[in-house]
Design a protein around this ligand. Structure first.
Ligand code: AMP
Length: 277
C-alpha cells in the first residue's frame, strides 16, 4: 500500500496502475461504513484509491472542524487490512494551493435540507470531490447512502461536468441498535449515545406508515416528529420526505422518496435517512 500526500505523487502512483480504478473519498476516522465502501471498491476494481482528507471548507462551524476525530495511523492500518492500494492523505495546501480560485456550485439538488442548514457545505463538497475525481481519473467512486443528498449532488456534478467516473452508492451501515455509523458518534456522551437510535426508530415508524398505504408526505413527517419528540435529548433540526432524485420536498408520495432528518444531541449533529420505493 502506497501513501502519498501530493497531487503529483498520486498522479505518478496511478500512471501505471491497472484499471479499473475505484476511488473511496473519506475524511478519515474510518469505521465499518467506510470499510463497506472499500470492500465494494476492492471487489469491483484492480486498483483501489482511498483518500483521507478532513476538508476544512465543508465545515460550517469551526468547532465542528476542530473536534472532528483524527487518527491517521489507525486509518492507514484499516485501509491496509481492506486491501487498498493507494492512499492519498494530503495537507490542506496540497488540495488548495496558493492561487486556488475555482468553486463548483451545484443548483437545486444542493439547495434544500443539508444545503439550507449548512450554507456553502455542498459547494465545498462538490469542489473537493471534483478535484479528487480529476486527480484520480477513477472509473468508479464509492459513496454512502448515509449522506443521501451528498450522493445526489455528486451525481449531478459528475454528469453536468462530463466527469467519466461512475458514482456508486452503497447501503448505510448501522450499529445493532440502528444508529447509522458516523465518525461523529464517538463525540456523543453515553446518555446521548443511548438516545441516538431514535433517528432510525423515527425513520422506521414513517416507513411502516408508508408500507401501510399512507401517501400524504406531511403525515409521514408528523410520524417522524412524534417519535423524535419522545426523546428529550434529541433536538430535531428538520424532518423531510423528499423526491429521491431532486431532493425537493414531496406533497404526495409517488415515485422513489427519501425520508431524512437532522437531529442535534448537545453539540453533535446527526443525520440519517431511509430511501423508500
Ligand atoms: P466521511 O468520512 O464521513 O466524509 O464519509 C466518507 C464516505 O463514507 C461518504 O461517502 C459517506 O457517505 C460514507 N459513509 C459514512 N458513514 C457511512 C455509513 N454508516 N454507511 C455507509 N457509508 C457511510
Amino acid at each position: 500500500m502506497l501513501v502519498t500526500r501530493t497531487r503529483s505523487g498520486l498522479r505518478a502512483a496511478l500512471a501505471g496502475a491497472p484499471r479499473p480504478v475505484g476511488l473511496v473519498p473519506t475524511m478519515g476516522a474510518l469505521h465499518e461504513g467506510h470499510r463497506s465502501l472499500m470492500r465494494r471498491a476492492r471487489a469491483e476494481n484492480h486498483t483501489v484509491v482511498v483518500t483521507i482528507f478532513v476538508n476544512p471548507t465543508q465545515f460550517n462551524e469551526q468547532a465542528d472542524f476542530a473536534r472532528y476525530p483524527r487518527d491517521e495511523d489507525r486509518d492507514l492500518a484499516l485501509c491496509e487490512a481492506e486491501g487498498a492500494d493507494i492512499i492519498f492523505a494530503p495537507p490542506v495546501e496540497e488540495v488548495y494551493p496558493p492561487g486556488f480560485d475555482t468553486h463548483v456550485v451545484v443548483g437545486a439538488v444542493a439547495a434544500p435540507l443539508e444545503g439550507a442548514a449548512r450554507p456553502g457545505h455542498f459547494e465545498a463538497v462538490a469542489t473537493v470531490v471534483a478535484i479528487l475525481f480529476g486527480l484520480a481519473g477513477a472509473d468508479a467512486a464509492y459513496f454512502g447512502q448515509k449522506d443521501a443528498q451528498q450522493c445526489a449532488v455528486v451525481r449531478r456534478m459528475a454528469a453536468d461536468l462530463a466527469i467519466p467516473t461512475e458514482v456508486v452508492v452503497c447501503p448505510t451501515v448501522r450499529e445493532p441498535d440502528g444508529l447509522a455509523l458516523s465518525s461523529r458518534n464517538v463525540l456523543l456522551s453515553p446518555a446521548e449515545r443511548a438516545a441516538a437510535p431514535v433517528l432510525y426508530r423515527a425513520l422506521r415508524a414513517a416507513a411502516a406508515r408508508h408500507e401501510a398505504g399512507e401517501r400524504d408526505a406531511e403525515a409521514l413527517r408528523s410520524t417522524m416528529r412524534e417519535v423524535l419528540a419522545g426523546e428529550p435529548l434529541a433536538r430535531p433540526e428538520y424532518v423531510s420526505v423528499a423526491d429521491a432524485a431532486t431532493m425537493a420536498e414531496a406533497d404526495q408520495v409517488e415515485g422513489p422518496i427519501i425520508l431524512s432528518m437532522a437531529v442535534r444531541f448537545g453539540a453533535v449533529r446527526l443525520i440519517d435517512n431511509l430511501p423508500l420505493g
